[in-house]
Design a binder for this molecule. Structure first.
Ligand code: SF4
Length: 510
């Protein structure tokens, strides 16, 4: 058997989770260069750049959501695919144990986390044979926040702000722009889209995701599709959705389109949205040993060029002097003084809570006193230390809109004052914030390393039976930066930007 195959897979998984490929770094560097540092977009992109460098230097996950591992494997004729699949599964479990992947595989019936990223459908491994006498393995780690913003259109269709999308390439262009606009900041923009024209509903999504294995800077071999890709990039970056949906010049860093034949009655456009934390790498392996012969998407084994200079990295969060300090527990007066657009630095105790905690709190009293508390929508990567304590190694915000059915009730019942997450929340929460006196703060999605460094210590954990991502972690933090995007006076930056970008969508895309 291939003696080095297992180690090669652990290396591939580790590097994919911790080190962004050069083409994505270049696109994010360009985005950073176009924004003034003291703007919301500039601050968000600087945090992202710091996060990318921090992840690489400590070999920690770039984002706490290490995504659905999807492998595309090409093997010589006669290779034992069953054995390789078992080795890949073993490597996934090993990388999870080492804290390079968060336990992310959840039983859909019971809600139980398998703890090792293994389970029905996890990981996804596709094999294909080829004539070469080498093995190629490509891996993409695509998280839940961006996966939830995928979109599929059945043409012809009427689209908000864009009118009718017909069964032609102009209709395809409209659908892609619509998907980018709909995503706003929920998928941690600026993101990239893989698109499939045609196929059926299943093959369309698969082919769309496969487009994400192209590099961001390549040119489509089909000039008709290349023209659509260019048109989408130009229009999407005029929408001013910006990083995290805060407003700004870069909303999309890549558009990659493929096409499959379709049934005469069907015309699907499937859009796979990936976030800025676009983790995709690959290797070729020696077919006799399984050792890594070369890396794909990167310059061999050389260290990635940093995003920032050492001075910029050491400078930390780029402050303007207008930041507002909040110390938890937070008073009603402090909350009511905050307004949309304020940048705040939170210190003191915060509690994590995401899907399972919110559902639990609808039926049970909270395990801690939440009056005046900060509730952080986050599923961190946490490792147990030798002394029995816990250490958070990655802790960015998760997509908040999933908690929309619960949030207003939790604010009212338990006196939570501050909710931190990403992507914004809806009308029910906005009304709840006004009624109960609370604010919603938008962190920088995916900045898991940056935010982990704002955590001084883990002081406790409740509801650990939900698994580490879903448990309620008690964290002491210092100067945790975020932006007020929904205030206690009924204002929402998300609503404003969605509306303004909708008008622009009509102007540039219709
Ligand atoms: S960067 Fe955002 S969308 Fe991407 S995996 Fe992380 S949390 Fe999810």
């Amino acid at each position: 058997m291939l003696a080095d195959f297992f180690d090669s897979m652990v290396q591939l998984i580790t590097r994919t989770s911790t080190d962004l490929p050069p083409d994505v770094r270049a696109a994010m560097g360009t985005a950073l260069a176009t924004e003034a540092p003291a703007t919301r977009a500039g601050q968000a992109l600087t945090i992202i750049a710091q996060n990318i460098d921090q992840a690489e230097s400590c070999e920690g996950p770039i984002c706490q959501d290490t995504g659905m591992p999807t492998f595309e494997v090409r093997v010589p004729v006669g290779a034992n695919q069953m054995w390789m699949k078992e080795q890949i599964r073993g490597a996934i479990a090993e990388a999870t144990k080492r804290g390079k992947l968060r336990p992310n595989s959840v039983d859909s019936i019971t809600g139980e986390n398998s703890g090792n990223n293994l389970g029905p459908g996890t990981p996804i491994v596709h094999f294909e044979q080829w004539e070469k006498n080498e093995i190629e393995v490509k891996l993409i780690l695509k998280g839940g926040g961006c996966e939830n913003t995928n979109a599929q259109y059945a043409l012809p269709v009427d689209l908000d702000h864009l009118g009718r999308a017909d069964r032609n390439l102009d209709g395809v262009r409209r659908c892609i722009l619509h998907a980018v606009w709909k995503a706003q900041g929920k998928g941690c923009s600026p993101g990239a889209v893989g698109v499939c024209i045609g196929g059926d509903r299943t093959s369309g999504y698969l082919h769309a995701k496969e487009q994400l294995f192209r590099t961001l800077d390549d040119t489509n071999a089909d000039p008709r599709l290349a023209a659509v890709e260019d048109a989408v990039m130009e229009a999407a970056n005029q929408l001013t959705v910006g990083p995290m949906g805060f407003g700004g010049k870069t909303s999309l860093i890549g558009c990659k389109i493929g096409a499959l034949n379709r049934l005469p009655a069907s015309f699907f456009v499937s859009v796979a949205y990936d976030c800025w934390a676009f983790r995709r790498l690959g290797v070729t392996l020696d077919a006799s040993s399984g050792a890594i012969a070369s890396w794909l998407y990167r310059d061999g084994d050389r260290r990635s060029a940093p995003m920032l200079t050492p001075e910029q990295l050491a400078a930390g969060f780029p402050r303007t002097g207008r930041e507002i300090r909040l110390q938890a527990p937070i008073t009603d007066e402090q909350i009511r003084s905050l307004k949309v657009g304020d940048v705040v630095l939170v210190s003191g105790r915060m509690y994590t809570g995401r899907d399972a905690v919110h559902a639990h709190l609808m039926k049970h009293e909270p395990p801690v006193d939440l009056r005046g508390a900060v509730l952080y929508h986050c599923g961190p990567v946490v490792v147990k230390e030798a002394d029995g304590g816990w250490k958070v190694t990655a802790a960015g915000p998760t997509t908040s809109i999933r908690e929309e059915p619960y949030q207003a009730d939790i604010l009212e019942r338990y006196g939570v004052r501050v909710v931190i997450g990403k992507g914004g929340m809806g009308a029910k929460t906005l009304a709840g914030l006004k009624q109960s006196g609370g604010v919603y703060l938008n962190g920088v999605g995916g900045a898991a390393q940056f935010y982990a460094r704002c955590i001084d210590r883990v002081t406790g954990v409740s509801l650990l039976e939900f698994g580490t991502p879903e448990a309620m972690w008690h964290l002491d933090v210092t100067d945790f930066p975020a932006i007020v995007t929904m205030d206690a006076h009924g204002n929402s930056l998300h609503k404003e930007i969605e509306s303004a970008s909708g008008d622009l969508l009509h102007a540039v895309g219709g």
